[in-house]
Design a protein around this ligand. Sequence first.
Ligand code: PEP
Length: 250
Amino acid sequence: MSRTYYIAGNWKMHKTRAEAAELAKALVSQLKGGKHRYLVAPSFTLIETVAPIVKGSNIRLGAQNMACEEQGAHTGEVSVFQLKDLGVQTVILGHSERRHNYKEDDALINKKLKLALKHGLEVILCIGELLEEREAGKAEQVCETQLVKGLEGVSAAELANIVIAYEPVWAIGTGKTATPEDADAIHAFVRKLIGKLYGADAAEKIIIQYGGSVKPDNAAQLMAKENIDGALVGGAALKPDTFVPIALFG
Ligand code: PEP
């Protein structure tokens, strides 16, 4: 495979500044020389602490969300300029917790995504179906809608700054992982769809991470699959003992 594996840790709403600094320092030291691509996405309040620790290392700095407007009267939101000012390079958008718990829809996610790209941020666009949607045989349809609407108005050149994360909602934080075969089937579907929208070269190049209870004991089997190019890791990203073995697999 010519694509580089990309392993990202989503720290969600965990850790104080001291704890975040400790984790970031451990990751910088233990992932030094690691051959894949890495990212950590701490809470907004931790970014300034983590930024100088990961600077100059092989770990990118990410944020977990971003406002859809550049600035103004948006109480509680954080802008693209504020993220860039802290050294953020990547933003995770459309995470299922944002979609389902905070009611973010595809139009909003698309607006955020285009704004992030306009200002030079890399975007990890999360897509994935609910359990009832999978059971109703609609997993592909849901992913297609989220992908097509999420990428509306995005050019082929801009796509180079986008990573897709397939995260079946029923596998996030539940300990249930999609089988490598089931995950790869959706990844293959997504890659084919990217091919239809942007051409074969774009399809070959796009990085598609899998997310949903990735752990040290299942990461290698998942990423051995042809279309799984990395992982977006939640729970297991909170400790070096669990994140490092995933990040250094292979
Ligand atoms: C996530 O936060 O995107 C995620 C996949 O979480 P977990 O690994 O805990 O399932």
